[in-house]
Write a protein that binds this ligand. Structure first.
Ligand SMILES: Nc1ncnc2c1ncn2[C@@H]1O[C@H](COP(=O)(O)OP(=O)(O)O)[C@@H](O)[C@H]1O
Ligand SMILES: N[C@@H](CCC(=O)OP(=O)(O)O)C(=O)O
Length: 361
């Protein structure tokens, strides 16, 4: 069977892996592992981003007293992640395939060094036929340090690893053009990258164990497709869904985001996804805004900077803001904040943000 993609990220939502009572659905897990094993045997490289730690830990521990939300998430994920990865390990072993655990946090995507270390780790696993199974390290990432959900994490991984496709498996066939419970609603089969406003269709409601909901999936999918990666939202509870989606000329029901044709450099992709990690703000004057947003690739020079806010190190991500206070984009800084503040207004020195490290919205 010929598949359309050679390298994919597969994200499995909590709802796919949990039964109605919250217990881990080992039958479903086993079916998905069988499908990934089949793809792996046929030469498709797969990175799995699996949710389900919190949901599967919940049925294992019964706290003596009522816990606050953060403590509960830490406790359940610590226990649940051990249970989850242990299951995956055994299930893949039945196929004589090794898998390995990668736990990460939002902070690991904020510095280029950590980012490249993570990428290297997963590359070395794939080179050695090991399937990386990624999840957020829920035990230490709390409140503002958290990803919105694993959809956001899967988008970052797909971009970082230069995937051909990101497949987001949820408990629903795709994005419906109305309330999914309404029989008149149908699945939107194709979405042209970032060009369509989907907010009118997507309800803010979430399924019982999910975190972000369909709206975050849509936002992430549009961003990732804009970077040239196909994104598919499909139902992970359907039999043999992964091979069916991957087969050339597939007619499987799903929502497919058409990737943009323009190539984007890997550094720019990292920067584009890094806005949430920005450490400071660079305010620029009108002339600099015109130069940056004009047709020529232009670096951000300190001569056009009017103010620098926040503390940051060299190579950190910073926001670029115009005179009206509107954010124009993000970049990776060539100076730390103390040095940059001293050099505001200076000419003929290296740029604050080189255009290779600049991403404008
Ligand atoms: N227009 C829509 N189309 C499909 N699903 C929708 C839509 N609006 C809201 N949803 C809800 O989004 C849920 C999936 O998101 P989420 O709960 O985050 O799942 P997951 O755990 O797979 O990440 C669906 O079960 C559905 O209830
Ligand atoms: N890291 C969490 C994932 C939470 C989450 O994002 O869930 P989902 O919205 O179902 O993908 C866990 O493993 O429980």
């Amino acid at each position: 069977m010929a598949y359309q993609f050679k390298r994919i990220a597969v994200k499995i939502g909590s709802n796919v892996l949990t039964r109605k009572d919250g217990s881990l659905d080992v039958t479903r897990m086993s079916a998905l592992v069988d499908q990934i094993a089949e793809l792996h045997r046929k030469g498709v490289e797969v990175v799995l981003i699996s949710s389900g730690a919190v949901a599967s830990g919940r049925s294992e521990v019964k706290p003596g007293k009522k816990l606050d939300a953060v403590s509960a998430r830490q406790l359940y994920s610590a226990v649940g992640q051990a249970k989850l990865i242990n299951r995956y390990f055994e299930l893949f072993r039945e196929h004589k395939i090794a898998c390995g655990q990668v736990l990460t946090t939002k902070e690991n995507f904020g510095s280029r060094t950590h980012y490249l270390n993570q990428k290297h780790c997963m590359e070395v696993m794939l080179d050695n036929n090991v399937i990386p199974i990624v999840n957020e390290n829920d035990t230490i990432s709390v409140t503002e340090l958290m990803f919105t959900d694993n959809d956001e994490l899967s988008g970052l991984i797909a971009t970082m690893m230069g995937m051909d496709a990101l497949i987001i498996l949820s408990n629903i066939d795709g994005i419906y053009n109305g309330n999914p419970a309404d029989p008149a609603s149908t699945v939107i089969r194709e979405i042209d990258g970032g060009k369509q406003d989907l907010s009118e269709y997507v309800q803010t409601s979430k399924s019982s164990f999910g975190r972000g909901g369909m709206l975050t999936k849509c936002n992430i999918a549009q961003k990732v497709a804009d970077e040239g990666i196909t994104v598919i939202i499909a139902n992970g509870k359907k039999e043999n869904i992964l091979p069916q989606l991957l087969v050339k000329g597939s007619t499987e029901i799903c929502t497919r985001f058409i990737p943009a044709a323009k190539p984007v450099s890997s550094v720019k992709k990292w920067i584009a996804h890094s806005e949430g990690f920005a450490k400071g703000e660079i305010h620029i004057n009108k002339g600099t805004e015109e130069a940056l947003t004009g047709p020529r690739a232009t670096s951000l020079l300190l001569v056009g900077v009017t103010a620098i806010k926040g503390e940051f190190e060299k190579n950190d991500i910073i926001k670029i803001v115009n005179e009206e206070g509107i954010q124009l984009g993000v970049g990776c800084t060539g100076y730390d904040s103390n040095e940059a503040k001293k050099l505001i207004g200076q000419r003929d020195i290296k740029p604050l943000v080189h255009y290779d490290y600049l991403y404008l919205d």
